[in-house]
Ligand binder design. Sequence first.
Ligand SMILES: *Cc1c(COP(=O)(O)O)cnc(C)c1O
Length: 417
Amino acid sequence: MKTDRIARAAIDPLSMRAGAGESAATATEYLPFARPSITALEREAVLDVLDSGWLTTGPRTKEFEARFAETVGSRHALAFNSATAALHLALEGLGVGPGDEVIVPTWTFAASAEVVVYRGAVPVLVDVDAATLNATPDTIEEAVTPRTKAVVAVHFGGRPMAIGELVDRLDRRGIPVVEDTAHAFPSRIAGLGGRFAGTIGRAGAFSFYATKTITTGEGGMLVTDDDALADRARLMGLHGISRHAWNRYAAGGSWAYEIEDAGYKYNMTDLAAALGLAQLSRAEELLTARRALAAGYRERFLRSGFDDLIELPKDAPDGSHAWHLFVVRLRLERLSIDRATVMDQLQERGIGASVHFIPLHMHPYYRARPETTPGPLPVATREFERVVSLPIWPGMTDADLDRVVAALGAILGSCRR
Ligand SMILES: *Cc1c(COP(=O)(O)O)cnc(C)c1O
């Protein structure tokens, strides 16, 4: 089919290849950095919605919200069209506004901090721990000022940060924590009784972007136990119009609605929710696959003969790592090659690799706004030079792992100092 060929050929700007089929890339074929795991379950779920006559927010979205809340054990789960939307609504609901500061780790994606700017507040960027690349309760608490209105806590790569301790410390100061859980579903934190990352702070935002651990193409979920915050996010996520507005064209729906505030258009479609329900039902299977790939990389690197030239990502001792990313670090002091060249050479060998992240404070927007970076960020600045994210997605084969490790070995082995 023509559209299928187009989909297969499409490569998005984040080096994720779209397309169907589970077959492993051959040695000459491009091995994508990420690829969603789509089975007959997802296909049938989406086709059912197409046949149902109801494409936008409706029964599938309500069901996805209910299942998600039940899975993570939160009072409310609200589906939106992105995690960015969920983060924005969380900050709006917490009353973040002009004159406020919100603390955000510099080691994150654009979304975590831009939502603070949407609110007219200042994102205050903080440094991360070298071992995990997560912000710590210390780096965050040191940045607290009388203007601090909230904290966005990121669980980088799928490894939860020390969220229990952070929330304890900030609760005492009356500062709410919003968890950016875009990388960390389904992470359960043993030290917190197996509670899910994203449910420890006042609110949590999950991402279902196409590269994330479960996907709806584009989508996000806001979870919270706070009734008032949930009500406000529900209102503002759909034009600020009164509850059940999504239902106004359904049988039994009412034509009447009231605009209570100037809101946003952030609702999830039933097409996306159907995909999400299928993916949610496979979350444990997908997590098991990611864990096996991380273990597979580890075992291969440890017997590769060049494991002294890299550092492997640390597993979480409590098994909470969701392995959204597998980030190795180059031991540049032992190499006569820089990271940019390693990236080019992986690309030449047909391997999709990436960099997570270019710290926010190194981007032009934040460089031009010194108020966002009151203190030095030496760890992030230094570690940025040597991180490489390798492909990790359910459906990758042992041969794919062999190929990535061999390619990196060939590139680094010839540049040993
Ligand atoms: C992907 C991502 C987001 C945004 O998710 P969207 O669903 O694409 O809006 C937010 N934070 C981090 C750390 C991410 O990686």
